[in-house]
Design a protein around this ligand. Structure first.
Ligand code: FES
Ligand SMILES: [Fe+2]
Length: 366
């Protein structure tokens, strides 16, 4: 497969009304999984930790984004720094999981090299004068960029990345108007799905096109005739008011669940924030390989004591997610079949998807 030919089958420089969708290889070839890692996940902002998870000084949390290991450590003043979690000795992940930085150190479990919470190499067990031409100051953990926004700590493996927060102005305003930071964390959930991560994102960004067909109960709660999509540089916002009809689902009226209307915000490449009524949930879609992804959910509520409301709300979310999983796994069958030729966009509905594909294309060509 010639990667450049496959990338260039998509033409971003045309009207959405004339454009074709990307070819199946973008969603099913191993070479594109590697390309996504190199040109997208190595260079984009990812929310990896809730701020409250690292509230204590001298603690750390680690994880992996598309095969790129990271660690965030708080120093003795509680300030956070992010690093590539790759030991400068032999490449083991310095730490795993989360824990306390004992004596202010991140200690590699393999041979015991120790790094401070600022990433500097502090101590090498059994080092003596026979180690020549060795400058400790150049052997610290490699930094990642870090920013805090909303409820989360975001990191970017590219330490010289363009700042995140300044690029989100309209989204920030819309979320502030919904008092989103007042909502309290309740729980999380992880789903493994047999589809490429971009299939899941496409489904999210189709302008509500699939809602009447695949989500009958959600469809009953939204006023689909007013559903709209706004496009920004590195994110888009879909929104819908609640239906004016007197419909209730899972014991909740549309007005109780949807409130002032839904906001479905997507940030390139893989982060979604959904606000409706007094609830917020997030979906973070991470690639496992070219045919599988993992979707991580967090649920937030204004009133975390209202168990009846919360249970109904999470049950409704689970139903919608199951319906989406069914769609996405079936689309992946089509992508792998060898018989999918690029489809066409409905320009009045699917401009969010076209925007995503243009951003992918631009990153692939960087
Ligand atoms: S790999 Fe970390 S100390 Fe050897
Ligand atoms: Fe859906």
């Amino acid at each position: 497969m010639n990667l450049n030919n496959e990338i260039n089958q998509f033409n971003p420089n045309t009207l959405v009304g004339k454009a074709s969708m990307p070819p199946a290889s973008w969603y099913s070839a191993q070479a594109f999984y590697e390309l996504d890692k190199k040109t997208i996940f190595n260079k984009t902002w990812q929310p990896v930790v809730r701020i409250s998870e690292l509230a204590q000084p001298e603690t750390y949390k680690s994880g992996c984004i598309s095969g790129i290991p990271w660690v965030i450590a708080s120093n003795k003043n509680g300030e956070l720094k992010a690093f590539h979690n790759v030991c400068r000795h032999k490449g083991r992940e310095v730490v795993t999981g989360q824990g306390t930085a004992k004596d202010g150190m991140l200690t590699c479990g393999y041979h015991g090299w120790q790094y401070g919470t600022e990433g500097d190499l502090k101590r090498i067990p059994r080092q003596d004068k026979s180690l020549l031409d060795f400058d400790k100051s150049t052997m610290g953990l490699k930094p990642m960029a870090l920013e805090v926004w909303g409820h989360w700590v975001f990191i970017n493996p590219d330490s010289s990345a363009k700042p995140l927060v300044g690029s989100l102005s309209t989204l920030n305003e819309q979320l502030e108007a919904r008092n989103w930071t007042k909502l309290k964390y309740h729980s999380n959930k992880t789903w493994n799905i047999g589809c490429n991560w971009k299939v899941y994102v496409d489904n999210y960004l189709d302008g509500g096109y699939h809602i009447p067909h695949m989500h009958p109960s959600l469809n009953d709660q939204l006023d689909m005739s007013s559903y709209r999509t706004e496009i920004f540089e590195n994110y888009s916002i879909q929104s819908s008011p609640p239906t004016k009809k007197d419909n209730s689902v899972q014991g909740l009226s549309a007005q109780a669940r949807i409130g002032d209307g839904s906001i479905y915000a997507w940030m390139f490449p893989n982060f979604m924030i959904n606000v409706y009524g007094d609830c917020l949930d997030i979906n973070l879609v991470q690639p496992i390989d070219e045919n599988n992804c993992r979707v991580y959910y967090e649920f937030y509520f204004l009133n975390t004591d209202d168990n009846g409301f919360i249970e109904s709300s999470i049950r409704q979310s689970d139903i919608t997610q199951q319906e989406d999983i069914e769609i996405c796994e079936s689309v992946q069958v089509g992508m792998k079949s060898g018989h999918y030729s690029p489809g066409r966009y409905l320009p009045n509905i699917e401009q969010g998807e076209f925007h995503f594909h243009k951003l992918l294309f631009n990153n692939y060509h960087q």
